[in-house]
Design a protein around this ligand. Structure first.
Ligand SMILES: [Zn+2]
Length: 232
């Protein structure tokens, strides 16, 4: 029963995270603006916004204009359910709460980066604070965290200074926060994010959907690295 409840909670959390990123990208107010259909702009009722259930009941179409709803909504909600469930099974309660919140924030940052190639400072501050809290609560060895930051962030910083637009400062700050949050798992997260980005870029270059001068959103790959290193 608890697993079903956690899966449902996960779908709600990630539906909320998607909503936050959508509202930031479209400059919508969090309090006064209602959720609307992306196609006909009709205000959506609460029963149109139930994760997974609404999509199935409406057969994937908007209730008001009948336009097909992007399947991404459904996939994000299902993914959120599984992520939440796996993190709960693998980690103790406090770690689970921190990893879940960090995962949601990284998801929001990844989605905004994918759409707009920016990262907002407020999310960096929240991640840094969460990292410090985790270090204090779990008495993490600061010596190793400093070593991880030196191994990962310093070379990236040099790369950013030597070759302009090679990597954003936002990505480097994000890795620094993740050193605090993930501790020794940061190495695996870093390797997965670098290799997954290389594979995707190579594929896009070979299929001519990307040129060498195009900017690439990197936070989605950091998010992939974060998820994979926590799940395996
Ligand atoms: Zn509509």
């Amino acid at each position: 029963m608890i697993y079903i409840l956690l899966f449902i909670l996960g779908t709600i959390f990630y539906s909320f995270s998607y909503c936050v990123s959508y509202r930031i990208i479209h400059h919508l107010n969090f309090v006064s603006d209602h959720s609307r259909c992306e196609y006909c702009d009709h205000i959506l009722n609460w029963y149109d916004l139930i994760p997974i259930i609404s999509y199935i009941c409406l057969k994937g179409n908007c209730r008001y204009c009948d336009h097909p709803i992007l399947r991404n909504h459904l996939y994000i909600e299902i993914l959120g359910g599984f992520i939440t469930l796996i993190l709960y099974i693998k980690y103790n309660l406090l770690c689970f709460i921190i990893y879940e919140i960090v995962g949601m924030i990284l998801f929001i940052c990844a989605y905004i980066d994918y759409k707009e190639l920016v990262i907002y400072d407020v999310f960096q501050y929240i991640l840094m604070v969460l990292g410090i809290i985790k270090c204090i609560v779990f008495y993490n060895n600061m010596k190793w965290i400093v070593i991880y930051i030196l191994i990962i962030c310093v070379p990236l910083l040099l790369l950013a200074l030597l070759k302009k637009q090679s990597i954003g400062m936002g990505d480097i700050y994000l890795y620094a926060s993740l050193c605090l949050i993930l501790n020794n798992q940061i190495i695996l997260c870093f390797i997965i994010s670098i290799y997954s980005s290389l594979i995707v870029c190579l594929y896009l270059l070979l299929t001519k959907r990307l040129s060498l001068s195009d900017p690439i959103p990197f936070i989605p790959f950091i998010y992939i690295g974060y998820l994979v290193c926590l799940m395996i």
